[in-house]
Design a protein around this ligand. Structure first.
Ligand SMILES: NC(=O)c1ccc[n+]([C@@H]2O[C@H](COP(=O)([O-])OP(=O)(O)OC[C@H]3O[C@@H](n4cnc5c(N)ncnc54)[C@H](O)[C@@H]3O)[C@@H](O)[C@H]2O)c1
Ligand SMILES: [Zn+2]
Ligand SMILES: [Zn+2]
Length: 407
């Protein structure tokens, strides 16, 4: 079968890979009808989330049709259409039963204390072969997979695999109550769903910070007040628009590949911090391999979390859903501590939220497909990676159709 295979930082290839097989009675094999590229994949290829094993198939977002089932998978039939959540969960350990499905005791082959296991991730997450492929093996299929109702389109379903649940999880972690002011840093696909979810939770004013015009425009279309960090100082602007108080809740939907402002009033102060950011980057991502305009690590790893802390009101809540690797030690703990902030973070417990979000889509409470701007053929996946990595205008979320290639 064809799959996107990681060979090294800055080196991914669309090539032949072995067909997946049932290896355990709880496994399923799924034909992938829809997959997608995520900001998390960019961290892996840029090297800012290190530890990828060469030969790992990338991708952790997919929808597909069950082709084969192990004997212990009794809640699905061959031919069922399913959403594959990014994170894998057994359904019966104490973590899964409490809803912490991203911290399942059994999913990660490296043992119960090894943390989240997701498809197509670094060695420490499994590794489990990913979903940018024609087929995939799904461990713990009976509890991980979610049946896709007939009325749910593939376009809607693919967004439920990771990014809508993650945005929703981010808004829940932020403890948003009706009327709260909220700042969302990062208006990529995850940030867009954080904004949508804050609205579902009846947030008051929502501020959206980024620098890419098409992404800010999409945030504005959702009713957010937008701030371009290359035109304004985002913290001063948020303070000005909140009567000097700051926001009740902040969501970091940027993660480790954050960029510093190079223009506008905020740029000069960061010019002085360039050395510090370079040192952070050196420690977080010892290996990077930029190629022309592609695969450049962000030049200010700690800036988004620092801005989120600074934008908050005293006693506010910070939610971190942007991904940071284990090598990252650069969180502004002193600033957060001295404002009595609550800080919550982590990998999304996808399996917990997907059923509820299916209902929100089917009842018409939300149309997630506004965020899906690109449908690309699987043959063109490497070009799609490059365009998404460069954040070309209008490229917000990319869907792929691997099974459509099979003759
Ligand atoms: N916690 C989870 O379970 C989970 C799940 C999925 C994705 N993620 C993470 O969420 C993050 C966002 O994912 P995405 O797919 O939207 O990625 P993306 O790369 O498309 O979006 C990131 C956005 O942040 C913006 N940005 C960069 N520096 C900034 C700054 N200083 N201030 C404000 N904005 C800035 C970029 O312009 C870009 O629009 C990534 O870190 C990804 O790994 C986490
Ligand atoms: Zn993802
Ligand atoms: Zn479990």
């Amino acid at each position: 079968m064809k799959a996107v295979v990681f060979h090294g930082v800055g080196d991914i290839r669309l090539e032949e890979a072995p067909d997946p097989q049932i290896g355990n009675p709880k496994d399923a094999v799924v034909l992938i009808t829809a997959s997608a590229i995520c900001g998390t994949d960019l961290h892996l290829v840029r090297g800012t989330v290190p530890g990828m094993k060469p030969g790992t198939i990338l991708g952790h977002e997919a929808v597909g049709i069950i082709e084969e089932l192990g004997d212990d998978v009794r809640n699905f039939s061959v031919g069922d259409r399913v959403i594959i959540p990014s994170t894998i969960s057994c359904g019966y350990c104490s973590y899964c039963r409490a809803g912490y499905t991203a911290q399942c005791d059994h999913a990660n082959p490296n043992g119960p204390r090894a943390g989240t296991s997701f498809f197509g991730g670094p060695a420490e997450t499994g590794p489990v072969q990913g979903l940018q492929a024609e087929r995939a093996r799904i461990p713990f299929a009976n509890s991980t997979l979610v049946l896709a109702p007939e009325d749910l389109t593939d376009d809607e379903a693919i967004l439920l695999s990771d990014i809508f649940p993650t945005g929703y999880f981010g808004a829940r972690l932020a403890e948003i109550k009706p009327g709260n002011t909220v700042a969302v840093f990062g208006c990529g696909p995850v940030g867009q769903f954080a904004i949508a979810s804050a609205r579902l939770m009846d947030a008051g004013m929502i501020f959206a910070v980024d620098t890419i015009a098409s992404r800010l425009e999409m945030a504005r279309a959702q009713g957010a007040s937008v701030i371009d960090y290359n035109q304004e100082d985002p913290i001063e602007t948020i303070l000005q628009l909140t009567g000097g108080i700051g926001v009740d809740r902040a969501i970091d939907a940027v993660g480790v590949d954050a960029s510093q402002p190079h223009d506008g009033p905020a740029a000069p102060q960061f010019k002085q911090m360039e050395k510090q950011f370079q040192e952070e980057l050196r420690q977080i991502a010892p290996q990077s391999r930029p190629d022309g305009d592609n695969w450049h690590p962000g030049d200010a790893p700690s800036i988004a979390s620092t801005w989120a802390v600074e934008a908050l009101a005293k006693g506010g809540t910070l939610s971190v859903i942007g991904v940071y690797p284990a090598t990252d030690r650069f969180f502004p703990i002193g600033k957060a501590m001295n404002k009595n902030l609550t800080v919550k973070m982590g990998n999304c417990n996808h399996r917990k939220y997907i059923p509820k979000l299916i209902d929100l889509i089917l009842t018409g409470a939300i149309d997630p497909t506004e965020v899906l701007t690109q449908h690309e053929s699987f043959n063109a996946v490497l070009d799609a990676y490059k365009a998404f990595d460069k954040r070309e205008p209008g490229w917000i979320k990319v869907m792929l159709e691997p099974a459509a290639m099979i003759e």
